[in-house]
Design a protein around this ligand. Structure first.
Ligand SMILES: C[C@@H](O)C(=O)SC[C@H](NC(=O)CC[C@H](N)C(=O)O)C(=O)NCC(=O)O
Ligand SMILES: [Zn+2]
Length: 274
């Protein structure tokens, strides 16, 4: 995690400002919660999820090293482990000008509001609080197995063209009238794969309420959600920290309506509560 200083204003209209030394996700990580969208020709960054309860309203003016200027308020929730997650809306990237922002902002520095003073993983925090180093693994990984499908080609297209898996093999059983298709990011000898089962002639199933979800570790949950959406798929839960934790997840549905959880790969091993 790169050290990033954040200037945060209280949302009390007195425009008090202070510099908060944070060792926080680098701006790139902050962007993970942002989706870029083109609005009337400008490129706006905006946050799209609210996390946690007991939110403290503050508003960010600028973030050093990236000078993303806040136009709206943010919420600074505090997780049980003292870490903070920032929900930021309506970012407008502004050009970095050393003399412009630095001096002006620093002049107004005031005592930080309580919730903003708890830095994430600051230099003093114990090793156990620091997140494990991002996994070196770059390709997405499958975390679970799923069930029968109503249209095999449609499912194969979804898992390969939309989720980027490979069709590893297919096999037909003419005696029992079903076809299997195995899809995955690696071959079966080196990782979990998904076995799609098509019972000939059966086009839909009652999914019931018991099946939970498949979980797939991906590099970037938000952009994977976008890929599914752009391919006409259904995003049922936008990317963001899991309720009650900090693992970035999102949910989409496959063509048969099975829930697929997308989990941020560099946190997949952390599970809940982080
Ligand atoms: C860490 C990740 O793999 C998880 O699946 S946790 C996601 C979390 N799961 C639950 O809440 C399980 C209980 C739930 N009542 C259920 O039956 O699915 C989840 O779905 N969180 C929702 C969210 O928006 O964060
Ligand atoms: Zn899960």
């Amino acid at each position: 995690m790169r050290r990033t200083n954040i200037w945060v204003y209280r949302n009390n209209n007195k425009n008090t400002c202070f510099e908060v030394p944070y060792e926080i996700f680098n701006i790139g990580a902050l962007r993970l919660w942002m989706q870029k969208r083109r609005v009337a020709g400008t490129e706006e960054l905006f946050g799209y999820h609210l996390v946690q309860k007991d939110l403290q309203e503050c508003s960010i003016q600028t973030i050093e090293s990236n000078f993303i200027q806040m136009r709206n308020t943010i919420a600074l929730p505090r997780n049980s482990d003292g870490s903070l997650w920032i929900h930021i809306e309506n970012f407008q990237e502004v050009k970095k000008s050393k003399k412009g922002v630095g001096k002006k902002e620093r002049k107004k520095k005031k005592k930080p509001c309580l919730p903003c003073t708890l830095p994430l993983f600051n230099d003093e925090c114990s090793e156990k609080q620091r997140p494990p180093p991002p996994l070196t693994r770059r390709s997405p990984q499958i975390k679970a197995e799923p069930p029968v499908v109503g249209n095999l080609d449609r499912s194969i297209d979804f898992y390969t063209k939309v989720l980027g898996m490979k069709l590893l093999r297919k096999s037909e059983n003419t005696e029992y009238k079903y076809t299997l298709a195995f899809v995955g990011y690696t071959d079966e000898s080196s990782g979990a794969v998904i076995e799609l089962t098509y019972n000939w002639g059966v086009e839909s199933y009652d999914l019931g309420s018991a099946f939970g979800h498949i979980a797939i570790g991906v590099d970037n949950v938000a952009s994977t959600c976008d890929s599914v959406r752009n391919a006409g798929g259904k995003v049922t839960r936008e990317a963001g920290p899991v309720k009650g934790g900090k693992t970035i997840i999102g949910f989409v549905e496959d063509p048969d309506g099975y829930k697929i959880e997308l989990i941020q790969d560099d946190q997949a091993s952390q599970g809940l509560g982080h």
